[in-house]
Ligand binder design. Structure first.
Ligand SMILES: [Zn+2]
Length: 251
């Protein structure tokens, strides 16, 4: 199985071990710094830590960690130039599988500018992007994202994440992949399964988004287990459990 969106820097080695033992061989860890960033070097240090330290820590517990780096919308108060220079370097050397997570949270001018710039970098370098949608005002923000996206990048280079039953209809007719985050306080496995049941298994990636907020490191295997229990076809389950992510991220 592949957990397509998590925050390894906020989690313990014990979590990685549990995930591995439950059948998650690979996970994609994303950028997000949960505290004030007085200088862009703090953010750069966060990104380098994920790349050089958390990947090693995960490996020691069996988990193969792939990395997505970029400027999370809530970290948009930095001068982005140093980060962008490094993004080009990491993409060039194949150290990251996507730019992410990027996106919009409060729709500030800064957020929108940095979001567009990162989409342009992804388009120029033919990279994938992982796009965050917020907990509050999800539909409004999602629709701003959907307006901006095609002006900057091919939709099939993007996964729009944290899609739930309330907004899935807004994004289903795009070329984007859609991320289903099964997480306490966000969406439970039954809601995720209701989406798959209605729209099929082709367009979706599953993830836990484990972070420093309420999280369940095993939400992907628990959802897969529930799909098996409810009698969905093995070939369909494999698409959301791993195949779609393998194809999209080329991992
Ligand atoms: Zn996240």
């Amino acid at each position: 199985m592949i957990d397509t969106h998590m925050h390894a820097d906020a989690r313990s080695g014990e979590d990685f071990r549990e995930m591995y033992l439950a059948g998650i061989e690979t996970a994609v860890t994303c950028s997000y710094y949960p505290y004030k960033i007085p200088h862009e070097m703090i953010l750069l240090n966060h990104l380098n830590r994920i790349l050089e330290f958390d990947t090693k820590r995960a490996k020691e517990h069996g988990l193969d960690l792939k990395v997505a780096l970029g400027i999370h919308p809530t970290n948009s108060n930095v001068n982005p130039e140093t980060i962008f220079e490094n993004l080009y370097k990491w993409i060039e050397s194949d150290q990251i599988v996507a730019i992410g997570e990027i996106g919009l949270e409060d729709l500030t001018d800064n957020e929108i500018t940095i979001f567009k710039q990162q989409l342009d970098i992804a388009s120029e370098t033919n990279s994938k992007v992982i796009i965050h949608t917020p907990r509050k005002n999800k539909r409004e923000v999602l629709n701003v994202i959907l307006d901006i996206l095609p002006q900057h990048i091919d939709e099939n280079q993007a996964v729009i994440d944290h899609i739930n039953p309330q907004v899935v209809g807004d994004a289903i007719n795009t070329e984007c992949m859609l991320g289903l985050t099964v997480q306490p306080q966000k969406m439970d496995k039954f809601e995720a399964i209701s989406i798959l049941d209605e729209y099929g298994f082709e367009k979706f990636l599953l993830n836990s988004d484990i972070s420093n907020k309420a999280s369940d490191p095993l939400s992907v295997p628990k959802t897969v287990d529930e799909l098996i229990r409810q009698g969905y076809k093995k070939s369909e389950i494999e698409k959301v459990a791993s195949e779609n992510a393998q194809k999209f991220f080329k991992i």
